[in-house]
Design a protein around this ligand. Structure first.
Ligand code: CAA
Length: 258
C-alpha cells in the first residue's frame, strides 16, 4: 500500500509549491504529515531549479495546530520518546526562502509552522493564535519563543495566556505577518511574491535569509559582523557581477545561481 499523501507538491518554474492536505481535520499537523513536509522541503532545497518554496494550506485553514487526537492519550514518556517536534528542527535548516500563503485558521502548531516561514502572505480571513491553553497545555513547537520575539511580550502573553485569535489586520500591525490581501487573491498573490523573489539571485536570497535569521540568535555586533562577511562573500559570485553590471548598463540582470 502506498503512503497516504498528506501533502501535495508541484513546481511552477523556479517555485516549489507544497500544499497541506488533511482537509477533514483542518490540516492538523500529525507526525506523518510533518515528516512528509520536511522531506519535500529538503527535496526542493536540494533542487537547483527551485529558488523559492511556497507553502499553503486550504482556504478554510492553513493549519489548526498539532493533531490533538494523535496526542490526547499520550504519557509524558511517550511524548518524550517519540519527540515529534524534533522533525520541526529540519525546517530551520532549509536554506531557500519559504513563502507562506495563509488563509483561515493558523493556530497552535499552525501558527508555529507559519512562523518558520520567511514571508507570510495572509488572506484577510486569517485567524492566528496559540490556543493550547484552552486544552490544558501550552505551545510546544516554538510559540512562546518565536511569537514573543516577533510581537513582543505584551501581545505574546495576551495571545498565549488567553488563547484569543489575532485577526489578519492585528497580526500585520503586530509584525507577525508580511502582507494582508483580499481572500480571493491570497494564493495568487503569494505565488506572485514567490516568483518575484525567485527572479533574484538565488545565492543572495539564501544568504540574506540566513543573515536575517541570525538576528534572532546572536548579539548585534556579532550579527553585523556576520552580515558583512556574507556581503563580501557575494563578491565571489557571477551573480554579483551580473547584477551590478546590468544596473550600470541599464538592463535586466540574468542571474545564474553561480
Ligand atoms: N487536531 C485534530 N483535529 C482537529 C484539530 C486539531 N488541532 N483542529 C480541528 N480538528 C478537527 C475537528 O475535530 C473536526 O473534526 P470532526 O469533523 O471529525 O469533528 C474538524 O477538524 C473540523 O473542526 P471543527 O468542527 O471544530 O470546526 P470549527 O469551524 O467549529 O472550529 C477551530 C474550528 C476553531 C479551528 C476548532 O477546530 C479548534 O479549536 N481546533 C483546535 C485548535 C487548537 O487547539 N490548536 C492547538 C493544538 S495543540 C498544538 O498545536 C501544540 C503545539 O504547540 C504544536
Amino acid at each position: 500500500m502506498t503512503e497516504e499523501a498528506l501533502i501535495l507538491s508541484e513546481t511552477d518554474r523556479h517555485v516549489g509549491i507544497i500544499r497541506l492536505n488533511r482537509p477533514k481535520v483542518l490540516n492538523a499537523l500529525n507526525p506523518q504529515l510533518m515528516t512528509q513536509l520536511a522531506e519535500q522541503m529538503e527535496t526542493f532545497d536540494g533542487d537547483d531549479a527551485i529558488h523559492v518554496i511556497l507553502l499553503a494550506g486550504s482556504e478554510r485553514a492553513w493549519a489548526a495546530g498539532a493533531d490533538i487526537g494523535d496526542m490526547a492519550e499520550c504519557s509524558t514518556l511517550q511524548m518524550y520518546q517519540r519527540d515529534q517536534f524534533a522533525t520541526w528542527d529540519r525546517f530551520k535548516r532549509i536554506k531557500k526562502p519559504i513563502v507562506a500563503a495563509v488563509s483561515g485558521y493558523a493556530l497552535g502548531g499552525g501558527c508555529e509552522l507559519m512562523m518558520l516561514c520567511d514571508v507570510v502572505i495572509a488572506s484577510e480571513t486569517a485567524q492566528i493564535g496559540q490556543p493550547e491553553i484552552n486544552i490544558g497545555v501550552m505551545p510546544g513547537a516554538g510559540g512562546t519563543q518565536r511569537l514573543t520575539r516577533a510581537v513582543g511580550k505584551a501581545t505574546a502573553m495576551d495571545v498565549i495566556l488567553t488563547g484569543r485569535f489575532l485577526s489578519a489586520k492585528e497580526a500585520l500591525a503586530a509584525g507577525l505577518i508580511s502582507r494582508v490581501v483580499p481572500k480571493e487573491h491570497y494564493f495568487t498573490e503569494a505565488l506572485r511574491v514567490a516568483h518575484a523573489m525567485a527572479a533574484k539571485g538565488p545565492i543572495a536570497l539564501r544568504l540574506a535569509k540566513d543573515a536575517v535569521l541570525k538576528a534572532f540568535e546572536t548579539t548585534l555586533s556579532e550579527g553585523l559582523e556576520y552580515e558583512r562577511k556574507l556581503f563580501y562573500m557575494l563578491f565571489s559570485t557571477e551573480d554579483q557581477k551580473e547584477g551590478m553590471r546590468a544596473f550600470m548598463e541599464k538592463r535586466k540582470p540574468k542571474f545564474k545561481g553561480k
